[in-house]
Design a protein around this ligand. Structure first.
Ligand code: UD1
Ligand code: CA
Length: 484
């Protein structure tokens, strides 16, 4: 049996009141539509293609639909926004579906990110148990408002789904609702093309009308109970925050089961693709997103924000480290307040201290860049000490240039390295130097203007200033400590 997936993602989501199409809203760093995409991918060998129904305007900036196996979505344009059946019909009549071999189409809403992979696999299994039946996932909600209600006859068989807009007061009291997840046999799907009428109230063609169509023609409709959480959809910003809270709980719980310690899991945001090793401790307000991978026994400080970053074992990230597309190798230490921009590679046991910014920079093992530095387009060897306030001047206003610093180097505080430039192994640079040409191995560079010391010059200076008074009117006089 092969099942094709279909994600309905063409609706704009007007109730979100945002210029961003609803399914591209971001939840824990990933787009809303990428959640059902990954849930469908989890069906593995059962899965044929995944059709994603999109808007004609091509409003599709960053869907984030990636697959480690390289599968691409089959994009289907829904020509007019005429409702959920219009979206499914667009798939049913598309070349990729018609030429494919799928016996069923598993339809999910693009705005439901909480689909549980295990339940979805069992739901898909109904295709084997009752190959000719139209299968629906349902849930019992204590507050069913807004969802389609499941209408059953006296013997308990499903006969219809009633949308809220058409439901009577009695029907609105029904707690069993349509989860928006359907398994439709190919024959039912193809025979319904062009036969689902528009709803008289909303003037849309509802996918839910397929149920009464099948029942009228003597077909079988089966239901599959899902947990209420699984089917929560996003129609408003408030619901977006609610599903985010559910996902946060679910993701953080799974990390705790694998030995990760949270000071407060309700205040830590971790994306669905992030992996974390056992023994790692995470302080509040950390945000870990994208394909970030963290090793074992690390310490992730308060407010640390990592995106697509690889962290080895035993790494210490002090408070407010921000890293994007960076690598921090085993037992390295960063922060507080360090900014590791893309292309940073911090070596084993290397240190990057407070107010240090790095970009496209490799720092070798055990090297230290501890205070107030900027290293861009740089390579630093191992066991090198980069003094406070060291700056690589990597940009001349037009192009970027590289700085190469060897191993065992000592760079004094407040050094500027004007790239392109290289510093040989074991060289020493005196504090306050401006380095404009290459330095060989084992050399000493003192690149600062010689100091001039005039005995009692300070006394003469103050006397002159007092005699002259303030040159600018209204300027305040020196304070008690003599500073302006
Ligand atoms: C739908 C169901 C409702 C169910 C609920 C579960 C219908 C008519 N109603 O209601 O029974 O309880 O889901 O969450 O199906 N979309 C398109 N093209 C369109 C319209 C919508 O692709 O023309 C997509 C949307 O992007 C969305 C999905 O279909 O991802 C569902 O549409 P939405 O308008 O949110 O349906 P609901 O009112 O939530
Ligand atoms: Ca919805």
């Amino acid at each position: 049996m092969i099942i094709d997936g279909a994600i309905l993602a063409a609706g704009f989501g007007t109730r979100m009141a945002s210029p961003v199409p609803k399914v591209e809203s971001v939840v824990l760093g990933e787009t809303l539509v990428s959640y059902p995409w990954r849930a469908l991918l989890s069906l593995g060998s059962l899965l044929g293609q995944i059709h994603v129904v999109v808007r004609p305007e091509g409003f599709w900036r960053n869907p984030g639909l990636e697959d480690p196996a390289g599968r691409k979505p089959a994009l289907v344009v829904q020509p007019v926004m005429d409702g959920t059946w219009g979206a499914v019909e667009a798939v049913a009549t598309s070349g990729p579906f018609l030429s494919g071999k799928a016996s069923h189409l598993l339809v999910v809403n693009g705005d439901g990110p909480l689909l549980d992979e295990g339940l979805l696999a069992r739901f898909a299994g109904m295709g084997q148990e009752s190959p000719g039946a139209l299968c629906l996932a349902t849930a019992e909600l204590s507050h069913p408002r807004g969802y389609g209600r499941i209408i059953r006859d006296a013997s308990g068989c499903v006969v219809d789904i009633r949308e809220e807009s058409r439901a009577s007061e009695d029907e609105k009291k029904i707690l069993e609702v349509n989860a928006g997840i359907y398994l439709i046999p190919r024959e039912i799907l193809l025979s319904a093309v062009s036969r689902v009428p528009s709803d008289s109230v909303k003037n849309e063609r509802f996918l839910t009308t397929l149920v009464s169509l099948v029942v009228e023609e003597g077909g079988t409709v089966r239901t599959f109970p899902m947990t209420p959480e699984c089917m929560l959809g996003v129609n408003t910003q408030e619901e977006l925050s609610q599903v985010t809270a559910h996902l946060r709980t679910r993701i953080n719980r799974s990390h705790m089961e694998k030995g990760v310690t949270f000071w407060d899991p309700s205040r830590t945001d971790i994306g669905p693709l992030v992996s974390i090793g056992a023994g790692t401790v995470i302080m509040p307000q950390a945000v870990l997103e994208g394909k970030t991978r963290i090793g074992c026994s690390c310490r992730i400080g308060l407010g640390v924000h990592l995106a697509d970053t690889v962290v080895g074992d035993g790494v210490i990230l002090r408070d407010y480290v921000v890293a994007t597309e960076a690598i921090l190798r085993d037992r390295s230490v960063a922060g507080p307040f360090a900014h590791l921009r893309p292309g940073t590679d911090l070596g084993e046991e290397a240190h990057l201290g407070n107010f240090v910014e790095t970009k496209k920079t490799v720092v070798g093992a055990k090297s230290k860049v501890n205070h107030l530095s900027y290293l861009g387009d740089a390579e630093v060897g191992s066991d090198t000490n980069v003094g406070a306030g060291t700056i690589t001047c990597n940009y001349d206003g037009y192009d970027k240039f590289k700085t190469r610093i060897g191993s065992g180097v000592f760079i004094g505080s407040d050094t500027q390295l004007v790239a392109p430039v290289s510093v040989g192994d074991r060289s020493v640079i005196a504090a306050g130097s401006t380095v404009v040409s290459d330095l060989p191995e084992d050399a000493l560079l003192i690149g600062r203007a010689p100091a001039e010391i005039r005995a009692e010059g300070g006394i003469r200076y103050h006397r002159r200033r007092k005699e002259r008074g303030s040159s600018r009117s209204g300027q305040s006089s020196p304070n008690k400590k003599g500073q302006e």
